[in-house]
Ligand binder design. Structure first.
Ligand SMILES: [Zn+2]
Length: 524
């Protein structure tokens, strides 16, 4: 006798609930987008009448993965411009620009994704060849980290007379000519010059990205910095049910966004939640923009770039505190990390559960490490950055500073939680790379053989928590997301193959992905 009704019953599964006890269940019943009961197959199948059922064929189920730091908007822009990711030489990069120019009729060419550390002599490029090949068409090519760009003289011509903003660098050769390389705050000079893609161009690309994420079992993204138009595009796509992903959007600290907060406070529209700001305190290590306490190992007398003064950052903190918002600061160099931690003292004094986040936390002075605990600062890191940067990090930091670099286990030990992400499109969206990097400290090709700073590896359990429940905590959504529990969202995926725990990488996918009980991806 079936006494209860459900919309969906999933059975014959290994349901890894990721709840406090780490319970594993065989079947679950789902109604109105929420999990209502777990139990053995027989019990659930006997008790519930249901309109739909899935035989999971013994496969593993996890709560949908949360990418705690990604950039859907930049990824969409990358897909619309010249994709330079993985170019193995400057020539290859230029050839990609050339074929794009032939296919697309654009007044200004924008590309993204070059990384000189993949090229033979690993030196930063200048625009000599770019000027020869594109004398008349303005070209702007962002580095993979988005923190520097190589532009040609035709593009520089569009900028008119300019002054380099604080926190920026525009490189010159020994004769005082621009080399074409603009770093960090200098990229602000491009505003108003770089054409923006229209919403009609962006939408299909955002949907493609959503597909890619859902196909891997990623159901949530913390979008790390949006301006007002980008937020309204996301909002519109959520309203029309085009976007199914749970999106936790962090606002860029513009006046327009602050007005949005004054008007709306904490904003929720279906699967979109807005209650945080994202601020940049320094640049990126790969572009030598990370702010270090002592000079760069390969650059004496140079400490990197500061993108927010102490008073600016404090003002933003106070704005966040008075509006019930979280502040998530990009901090890569140890000096930036220090500044952010000190800023969090007042947040802690006001509310110990403030959950202000330190994004990246790539280089931490060992003296500062305990402040993550003292001021309850939430570390948010990207394990694939460690295994990508391992090729060159020591050359910029020197051996001594490597002790506090990419120190995920030490950070976890301080705060008790760590949120994991990819920072896509800087890295791939693929969460199985994140797992592999976090646990084995190796990239997908198995390098370095013994693991990079292997003592900082996370256990598989910690890693999975960092991609589920701790990601939910980092966005104040632990009551709805991050684990499969009675009353929480039925947002989960069924893995195609068992989760790989061995130290050799093997690809994996989601067999079926569900968001609030609705199927949003299926391999068959
Ligand atoms: Zn980022």
């Amino acid at each position: 006798m079936k006494t209860e009704s459900a919309d969906l019953v999933v059975f014959n599964a290994e349901i890894n609930t990721m709840n406090e006890n780490g319970d594993v269940a065989q079947a679950m019943a789902i109604r109105d987008g929420k999990v209502i009961e777990f139990g053995p197959d027989r019990q659930i199948l006997n008790k519930y009448s249901y309109s739909n059922s899935i035989d999971a064929r013994g496969k593993q189920i996890y709560p949908g993965f949360i990418d705690a730091h990604g950039h859907m908007i930049s990824y969409a822009a990358l897909l619309l411009g010249v994709d330079l990711v993985g170019s193995t030489s400057e020539i290859e990069m230029l050839e990609r620009v050339s074929s794009y120019k032939k296919e697309q009729n654009k007044a200004v060419i924008i590309g993204m994704g070059w990384d000189q550390s993949l090229w033979k002599d690993d030196a930063f490029p200048d625009n000599g060849k770019l000027n020869e090949m594109f004398p008349k068409t303005p070209v702007c090519l962002y580095r993979i980290d988005g923190h520097s760009a190589l532009v040609n003289n035709s593009f520089i011509g569009l900028l008119g007379d300019f002054e380099v903003p604080n926190g920026g660098a525009v490189l010159q050769d020994e004769f005082g000519n621009y080399t074409g390389l603009f770093v960090d705050a200098a990229l602000q000079l491009f505003e108003g010059v770089l054409p923006k893609y229209t919403n009609d161009e962006m939408k299909p690309k955002l949907l493609e990205i959503q597909e890619e994420l859902l196909a891997h079992g990623v159901t949530g993204v913390h979008e790390a910095g949006v301006d007002a138009d980008e937020l309204s595009l996301l909002d519109e796509m959520v309203s029309s049910n085009a976007l199914k992903l749970n999106i936790y959007a962090m606002l860029a600290p513009s006046e327009e966004n602050k007005n949005f907060v004054r008007k709306n406070g904490v904003y929720r529209n279906k699967s979109l939640l807005v209650r945080s700001f994202k601020a940049y305190v320094d640049g990126a290590l790969g572009s030598s923009g990370a702010l270090l306490k002592e000079p760069y190992h390969d650059h004496p007398n140079y400490n990197g770039l500061s993108l927010s003064s102490v008073s600016e950052l404090n003002r933003l903190r106070d704005f966040c505190l008075s509006n019930g918002y979280q502040l998530n600061c990009h901090g890569i160099g140890d000096a930036a990390v220090s500044q952010i931690l000190e800023m969090c003292k007042k947040a802690y004094d006001k509310n110990p559960d403030h959950r202000f986040r330190l994004e990246h936390a790539q280089v931490v002075d060992s003296k500062d490490l305990k402040l993550f605990n003292t001021y309850a600062v939430f570390p948010s890191v990207q394990p694939t950055h460690a295994t990508t940067d391992q090729r060159w990090a020591a050359s910029k930091l020197g051996a001594e500073r490597m002790k506090g670099a990419y120190a995920y286990k030490s950070l976890l030990n301080q705060f008790g939680m760590i949120a994991l992400g990819t920072d896509f499109p800087i890295e791939y969206t693929n969460p199985y790379y994140t797992i592999h990097s976090a646990v084995h400290r190796k990239n997908a090709k198995g390098f370095p053989e013994k693991g990079f700073l292997a003592e900082e590896s996370l256990s598989i359990k910690e890693t999975l928590k960092g991609m589920t429940i701790w990601g939910a905590f980092a966005s104040f959504q632990e009551k709805e997301l991050g684990s499969l529990e009675q009353g929480k969202h039925a947002t989960f995926f069924i893995l195609d193959r068992p989760l790989n725990k061995s130290s050799t990488f093997s690809p994996n996918y989601s067999w079926k992905t569900f968001v609030q009980g609705e199927i949003v991806h299926s391999l068959d």
